[in-house]
Every structure is written in structure tokens, then in C-alpha cells.
Design a protein around this ligand. Structure first.
Ligand SMILES: [Fe+2]
Length: 297
């Protein structure tokens, strides 16, 4: 779909509350309908001490407490993509507060890729059935009375989607803040040229569309920020702003990606997030384990 075909409605202004996770530089959001008590959670985080193999839920508990204290009804848990740098807490939050869990329908491609890399057996379903809703390009949904839709924005991963809720867009890992640039495109299934096209799609939303980042690393020592606008990104984004061409972007992105280390939590993140945030199934002893594929990534 071209951007003009998406049902943009700038008159709806959701109330957005951010929850920054310092361990992974992830920003999770509660997005509330101004006209009702309905809300959605976008990209939650489950805490892991990977060295110790210990899972905890402090970050998710903050979000749960916020929703309970305000008396909100959680209708949706949205994952912008299968994250490679943090574990999703969506099933944990869903078990306490309800709501439907949704991700892009290209999750099946990601499940297929990583199902092979982690040599998962046939009990690992690769049809996205771990989620309640699989969005395809332009699919609509509602949070209370707020209109929301999802658009395909592959490139960082095949299943990336940007969710547009009224005048707020949750960009996942397509764009970072203007001084942060863009996400890497070198994971299995990633593609710098495809990412460029997806970013152009985001940048053709209205200039005053609010954009909410999934990550910020506070480049050059600045404080952490997570909100900007399409207009700001178009003018100032260091990787794509000021009319950078696709060729310039692909060359830069490819060279940069070749120098990046793997994210510290990629191995546990993929195994959990490709299961919609569920831990791998217990073995016959009742214990759960994560795998480390040697020379597999
Ligand atoms: Fe990501």
C-alpha cells in the first residue's frame, strides 16, 4: 500500500506514557484512548540476567501497576517486531490484565528462519499461532474508540510493522531519534534497501505525526529521548534526512552493520520472542533451558 491509502486520522490524540528500560535502552508504551479507559501496551520488556539465567519482571510490573492504578482496560499488546535485544513481557502482562497480543503476519518468516537456527522441533509452530492477531499491511483495529492501523515496514526484520494510533506512530526499529539514525539491517532476513523504502513510507506520514521510538541510546552523551515528529526526522535524521538517496543509505548502512557486534541478548531474545514472549517449553524434568547455537548466527 502507498501511504496515502492508509486511514490516517490526526484528529485523535492518544495519551502516551513511556517506560524506559535502562538495561536494554528500550522504551515501552502505554497508549490510552482519551475518550475511554481503553489502552494498549506497545513493546514491553521482561528482565533477564543472562549470565545468571534469571528472569524477573520489574519493568513489566511497573506497567501493570500504572494500568491498574489508573483503572485502565488493556485491550491490546502490540509487538512492533521480533526484538533481538530484549525479551518481551507480553504474555506476563496479558496473564494479569488480559488483552489481545498482536504482531505482523510475516512473523511466520521469522519463525521459520530462527526455528531452523535454533533447531526447534515440530512442536514449535511456525504459523504465528502463539499470537492472537496477525496484522497484514493496512489492517485496522480499535483501542476503545481510537482507530489504529499497522503498516508493513520490513528491512530491519521481515516482520517489522509501524503502528499508527491517531496522531501517534510507534516506529519500532525502523527509525531512531534524528541524531540516532536508523536500525541495523544485517540480521537474518534484514535488508538495507528494503529498510530505506520502509523509512520513506514512515516519512510520508503527515509532518506533525508524533513518532515514538522503540530504542534510544543517548548519542553523544545527551539525555534519553523517545519522541519526535515526521517533520523533524525528514529534516534532520542523520541517516536518511535531508533527502539522502537509497544508494547513499545502503552503502552507509551496510558498512556500518559490518562493524557492529551482535546485541548482548540476541540469543535469549530470539528464542523467547519468536514464541510471542513465552519461555521455551519445559523438558521432562520440568526445567526450562535456552540454547546457544555455536557459530549459528
Ligand atoms: Fe529490533
Amino acid at each position: 500500500m502507498s501511504t496515502t491509502d492508509y486511514p490516517v486520522d490526526m484528529s485523535v490524540q492518544p495519551e502516551v506514557t513511556a517506560f524506559f528500560d535502562a538495561a536494554t535502552n528500550t522504551i515501552s508504551y502505554v497508549v490510552k484512548d482519551p475518550a475511554s479507559s481503553a489502552c494498549a501496551v506497545v513493546d514491553s520488556v521482561m528482565d533477564i540476567d543472562y549470565a545468571a539465567g534469571r528472569i524477573t519482571y520489574d519493568h513489566a510490573d511497573q506497567i501493570i501497576r500504572f494500568i491498574q492504578d489508573k483503572g485502565l482496560t488493556l485491550e491490546w499488546l502490540i509487538e512492533t517486531h521480533v526484538h533481538a535485544d530484549h525479551l518481551s513481557a507480553a504474555p506476563y502482562i496479558q496473564a494479569k490484565l488480559g488483552g489481545k497480543l498482536g504482531i505482523g503476519d510475516k512473523i511466520t518468516v521469522v519463525q521459520d528462519t530462527f526455528g531452523k537456527i535454533f533447531n526447534e522441533g515440530t512442536e514449535f509452530q511456525r504459523d504465528g499461532s502463539q499470537f492472537d492477531r496477525l496484522f497484514s499491511d493496512g489492517d485496522n483495529y480499535k483501542i476503545g474508540s481510537m482507530p489504529a492501523f499497522a503498516m508493513y515496514t520490513p528491512g530491519h526484520t521481515p516482520a517489522c510493522m509501524v503502528h499508527v494510533i491517531g496522531n501517534a506512530a510507534f516506529v519500532g526499529d525502523t527509525l531512531f531519534m534524528p541524531d540516532g539514525g536508523s536500525a541495523r539491517a544485517d540480521f537474518p532476513g534484514g535488508d538495507a534497501g528494503v529498510l530505506y523504502d520502509s523509512i520513506q513510507k514512515v516519512l510520508s506520514l503527515p509532518d506533525d505525526m508524533r513518532l515514538f521510538m522503540c530504542h534510544d541510546y543517548g548519542p553523544n552523551g545527551r539525555d534519553i529521548h523517545w519522541e519526535t515528529t515526521v517533520g523533524e526526522e525528514k529534516a534532520h535524521n542523520i541517516h536518511v534526512g535531508g533527502g539522502k538517496t537509497k544508494e547513499e543509505f545502503v552503502k552507509f548502512r551496510t558498512e556500518r552493520d559490518a562493524q557492529l557486534d551482535m546485541p548482548k541478548l540476541i540469543i535469549p531474545s530470539l528464542q523467547v520472542n519468536m514464541r510471542a514472549g513465552q519461555l521455551p517449553p519445559a523438558d521432562e524434568s520440568g526445567k526450562r533451558f535456552l540454547k546457544v547455537p555455536l557459530n549459528g548466527l
